[in-house]
Design a protein around this ligand. Structure first.
Ligand SMILES: Nc1ncnc2c1ncn2[C@@H]1O[C@H](COP(=O)(O)OP(=O)(O)OP(=O)(O)O)[C@@H](O)[C@H]1O
Ligand SMILES: [Mg+2]
Length: 363
């Protein structure tokens, strides 16, 4: 009788292993629970061996739990990587100014994708004040190469949500190689430095893997380009910096660039103001492209509110459904109104700090 029962357990174990090898995780988990139940039953009937059998039963319950974890891990992994793939519709023409940055990026990319007699650069760092177009440049690169574009924020990699980030990083590079040409864009890369006291072991492992992967693909000559961005380049440590030999300064716009940026954001909008005048004011106020975009939005909003009183009236706003809004060309007053409300997040001394860093470290 006892032997028969043990045979049943053995059969159960075989079924479990088969289910596992076929990737039928739900089934395997149920089988593991059945094994445990069987062992508990046998234990209740064989008191002399019950403690050994109960230990065995516990082990099976543990196995059932691990199967569930493994299954979740697998799905999570894939979904997470898939979530990092972004579609980009940004073209070089959507980015005003930044001629030098565009040129340097083009050169670095060219060396990476062509059969070049010199080694392609390992990684590219875009640095500069907030809102100057670093993320836009990365999107344009991906779009122009028709490359798979993985975009990830360093803070996401460090967050608990990512769990075993170290494995995820390896999986990311491996997928990028499979789907090459690929661009891996790591934003806020400054937070991935070992110097940070707040990092736990898992985060340190993840950064170690990232650095190793960045070393690895250099030899393989895969068409995987690592682009990174930061607005705190001085926080990067040696390990990261040495793997990002191409460092490109993405500065605040000068007057000519500001004119271009205004033009881009005023596409399809009528205005009655010389753009050079707005551009000069924007430069004086240390506006980045982001502030210029916001000024245009706010000026347009003010004009629309003025021309369409229904917009601000909760009782009448529904009458606008399906109707064209009334417009008029934007005036200097609209822009003055907007500029008075939009402030640059940086100061002259911040700009100096970027320029000093650029002089010392940029290519
Ligand atoms: N050179 C530019 N030409 C046109 N639009 C720009 C430019 N720079 C910034 N913008 C506008 O500002 C927005 C923010 O730009 P982007 O996200 O590229 O800034 P960033 O440099 O990555 O900033 P952060 O350092 O804060 O991440 C863009 O979506 C765009 O609307
Ligand atoms: Mg950005």
């Amino acid at each position: 009788m006892y032997r028969l029962q043990l045979l049943q357990v053995q059969k159960c174990q075989e079924e479990f292993e088969r289910a596992l090898s076929l990737g039928h995780y739900d089934k395997a988990r149920l089988i593991a629970l059945r094994c445990a139940e069987l062992l508990r039953k046998i234990a209740s009937e064989n008191l002399s061996l019950s403690h050994i059998l109960l230990e065995e039963a516990k082990k099976w319950e543990e196995k059932a739990k691990n199967v569930r974890k493994r299954r979740e891990g697998k799905n999570e992994y894939f979904d997470k990587l898939k979530a990092l793939i972004k579609r980009s519709t940004i073209t070089w023409n959507d980015i005003g100014g930044l001629r030098e940055a565009k040129k340097l990026i083009a050169q670095a990319i060219g060396l990476s994708i062509a059969k070049s007699p010199i080694e392609p650069p390992q990684g590219i760092l875009l640095f500069g004040p907030p809102g100057t177009g670093k993320s836009l440049l990365a999107s344009a690169v991906a779009n122009s190469l028709n490359a798979t574009f993985f975009s990830v924020k360093a803070s996401d990699l460090l967050s608990k949500y990512f769990g075993e980030s170290s494995k995820l990083i390896s999986a990311l590079f491996s997928l990028a190689r499979q789907l090459s040409p690929s661009v891996i864009f790591i934003d806020e890369v400054d937070s991935l430095t070992m110097k940070r006291v707040s990092l736990d072991d898992a985060a340190r492992r993840m950064i170690g893997t990232l650095l190793a992967e960045m070393d690895g693909f250099k030899e393989r000559k895969d068409k995987v380009i690592v682009l990174t961005a930061t607005n705190a380049p001085w926080d990067l440590d040696e390990a990261m910096l040495s793997r990002l030999p191409i460092r490109i300064y993405v500065p605040l716009p000068d007057v000519n660039s500001a004119v271009e940026i205004f033009k881009i954001h005023l596409r399809g909008i009528h205005y009655d103001v010389p753009l050079s005048r707005l551009a000069k004011e924007a430069v004086k106020r240390l506006y980045s492209g982001r502030e210029i975009a916001n000024v245009v939005k706010l000026a347009t909003m003010k004009m629309l509110e003025e021309m369409n009183p229904e917009l601000s009236d909760p009782l009448r706003v529904s009458t606008l459904k399906g109707r064209d809004l009334t417009t008029r060309p934007l005036t200097l007053d609209d822009f003055k109104y907007a500029m008075a409300r939009i402030k640059s997040p940086i100061t002259k001394s911040d700009v100096k700090k970027y320029e000093r860093w650029a002089k010392e470290f940029a290519i």
